[in-house]
Design a protein around this ligand. Structure first.
Ligand SMILES: Nc1nc2c([nH]c(=O)n2[C@H]2C[C@H](O)[C@@H](COP(=O)(O)OP(=O)(O)OP(=O)(O)O)O2)c(=O)[nH]1
Length: 136
């Protein structure tokens, strides 16, 4: 089993807050919170996948900023990579259009108020470190 599929997660930052999204499906993930995103398709860059997924799932126009170093294993063959991102000027507010049933903008002290997917915790820790740096 050598196939490896990258899932891009967005640390979408706005005004010193991080967007968290509660999954509505599948049943084993529903109710837990994640960094919105999805699978990178063949021939697609991770940054393009991030912009596409956030448009589909949240109805927003975004820009990927920088990759957070590291890679975190999900259920094989998936691995999670995370980019910071921001809303483009004129983008609407995110809405839970697909895959999610609730969204929250979390300030640095609120980051651990939601039950993140277990496999997302290391990535969220890295993302929240960026949030702390930006909030200062
Ligand atoms: N988007 C996202 N998916 C995650 C995270 N953590 C985690 O375990 N996953 C899992 C859930 C899914 O099994 C897989 C990504 O699937 P997805 O449903 O979000 O991606 P997608 O839109 O490309 O999927 P699909 O409907 O095309 O199959 O990775 C995370 O932080 N963000």
């Amino acid at each position: 089993m050598t196939e490896r599929i990258v899932v891009v997660g967005a640390a979408l930052l706005d005004g010193g807050r991080l967007l968290a999204a509660r999954r509505s499906a599948p049943p084993d993930l529903a109710g837990r919170w994640e960094l919105p995103g999805g699978k990178v398709e063949a021939g697609e860059t991770p940054e393009a996948a991030l912009v596409r997924e956030l448009r589909e799932e949240l109805g927003v126009e975004t820009e990927a900023l920088e990759r957070i170093p590291g890679e975190w294993p999900l259920r094989p063959p998936y691995v999670l990579q995370v980019w910071t991102a921001r809303l483009r000027p004129g983008s609407g507010d995110p809405k839970p259009l697909q895959d999610h049933d609730e969204l929250r903008w979390l300030t640095a002290p609120e980051v651990w108020d939601v039950p993140w997917l277990d496999q997302d915790v290391p990535a969220v820790r890295e993302a929240s470190a960026r949030l702390d740096a930006r909030a200062r």
